[in-house]
Design a protein around this ligand. Structure first.
Ligand SMILES: [Fe+2]
Length: 136
């Protein structure tokens, strides 16, 4: 099966741990997307969706710690965006369980676009800082 969302070197933020988190999130999204195609996967879906939330939280807290350590000035704005995402995925979780296929596709489109845009636009801002700080 072709992966729904693919990590490439262009998405590297220059930190091995944070890159590995992003790759893991993409893997979780691919598993979820695969499950959606199969019937009767509600239980597994639940587990993997929970994993998406837990892993996102773990990743965000580490990323915010890194931004804090390097004195990244836009940390508060970035933190708010992370919080909004967590609220959104909780809403989307409910939506998925009551939805038709098209609406589910919309949720996945949101997740895919959110992660790619977030890494490209927001994460790349601290990435530039990280490179300058030279400590890592
Ligand atoms: Fe981020």
């Amino acid at each position: 099966m072709i992966d729904y969302i693919v990590w490439t070197d262009k998405l590297s933020v220059g930190d091995d741990v944070l890159d590995s988190h992003h790759r893991e999130i993409f893997d979780i999204l691919n598993s979820l997307y695969g499950l959606i195609q199969s019937q009767d996967a509600t239980q597994t879906m639940d587990e993997i969706w929970q994993k998406l939330e837990n892993y996102s939280l773990l990743h965000f807290s580490h990323e915010e710690k890194v931004m804090d350590e390097i004195g990244f000035p836009l940390i508060e704005e970035h933190r708010r965006i992370h919080q909004t995402y967590i609220r959104e995925i909780n809403l989307n979780r409910t939506q998925i369980y009551n939805s038709r296929q098209q609406e589910i596709e919309d949720v996945f489109h949101f997740l895919k676009t959110w992660w790619k845009n977030h890494i490209r636009k927001m994460d790349m801002k601290y990435s530039a800082y990280l490179a300058k700080s030279g400590e890592r």
